[in-house]
Design a protein around this ligand. Structure first.
Ligand code: C5P
Length: 219
C-alpha cells in the first residue's frame, strides 16, 4: 500500500553478515541478522521498485517479489554487487561486510593436532561501497555505519569518504537496538550536512523511513 514512490526504479540491496571461510567447516562471521536490509527491501517493493536483494541469510523469509541472490563471503558479495551496479538506480549497502578474511582457506578441515600455531593470518577485504562511490554515475548510494560511540561524527566521515548520498548511522551500543533485534535507533545523514535523528523504532518502520528519504533525494 505504497504511493508508487519508486515505480520503475531498480533498487539493489545487500543484507546480512558475510562469512569468511577458514576451512570447509569453519568461518569468521559477525552478528548481523539481515533484518534491516530485508525491511528496506519490503519497503522498496511496496513503493513499486524492482528489488535485487543480495543476502547472506537464507533463513529469513524471501520478500515477495524480490529477485534473490545468496552469497557468503565479502569477495562473493563484491562480485554480485558489481554485476548489478550499472543497471541500478539505488544501492543500499545494509550488509555487515567483514573487514578481513583468512589469508588462506584450507581445503581440508584443520586438525588441532596438526596445527603448529593457532595464529590465523588475515588479509584485508575490498571495501565494496568505497568502490561504488568511486565510480558512481547517477545511482543514489546509501551506506550504513554501526557505531558504539560518536555515531554522528563517524557517520559523517563515512558519508564523505565513500561518496554517499545517504548514510544511516546506527547506534549498536544498546542491547535494545541494532544487531539481531527487531528495533533500531538511527540517524539519517545527507551531504548537505543535515542530520535527522529518530527514536528507537521497529526496523520495518525504519525501512519505510529510509525508502521515503531515498525517494525524496531522487526527486
Ligand atoms: O567502514 P564501515 O565498515 O563502517 O562502513 C560501513 C558501510 O560500508 C556499510 O554500508 C557496509 O555495507 C559497507 N562496507 C562495504 N565493504 C566493506 C566494509 C563495509 O561495502 N568491506
Amino acid at each position: 500500500n505504497g504511493r508508487g514512490l519508486l515505480k520503475g526504479k531498480k533498487v539493489l540491496i545487500t543484507a546480512g553478515g558475510t562469512r569468511e571461510a577458514i576451512d570447509p567447516v569453519r568461518y569468521i562471521g559477525n552478528y548481523s541478522s539481515g533484518k534491516m536490509g530485508y525491511a528496506i527491501a519490503r519497503a522498496a517493493l511496496r513503493e513499486g521498485a524492482m528489488v535485487h536483494l543480495i543476502s547472506t541469510n537464507p533463513p529469513l523469509p524471501h520478500p515477495e517479489g524480490a529477485d534473490m541472490e545468496y552469497v557468503s563471503s565479502a569477495v562473493e558479495m563484491k562480485q554480485a554487487v558489481d554485476r548489478q551496479y550499472d543497471t541500478s538506480d539505488v544501492v543500499v549497502m545494509a550488509a555487515a561486510v567483514a573487514d578481513y578474511r583468512p589469508a588462506a582457506v584450507a581445503d581440508q578441515k584443520i586438525k588441532k593436532e596438526t596445527m603448529t600455531s593457532p595464529d590465523l593470518k588475515l588479509t584485508l577485504n575490498p571495501d565494496i561501497l568505497l568502490g561504488l562511490g568511486e565510480r558512481k554515475q547517477n545511482q543514489v548510494l546509501v551506506g550504513f555505519a554501526a557505531e558504539t560511540n560518536d555515531v554522528i561524527a563517524h557517520g559523517r566521515e563515512k558519508l564523505v569518504r565513500k561518496n554517499l548520498d545517504l548514510l544511516v548511522a546506527n547506534d549498536v551500543s544498546s542491547p535494545e537496538s541494532g544487531f539481531h533485534v527487531d528495533e533500531n535507533q538511527v540517524s539519517l545523514l545527507t551531504p548537505d550536512g543535515h542530520v535527522s535523528s529518530y527514536p528507537r523504532m521497529a526496523k520495518e518502520d525504519i525501512g519505510t523511513l529510509i525508502i521515503e528519504k531515498i525517494a525524496s533525494i531522487m526527486k
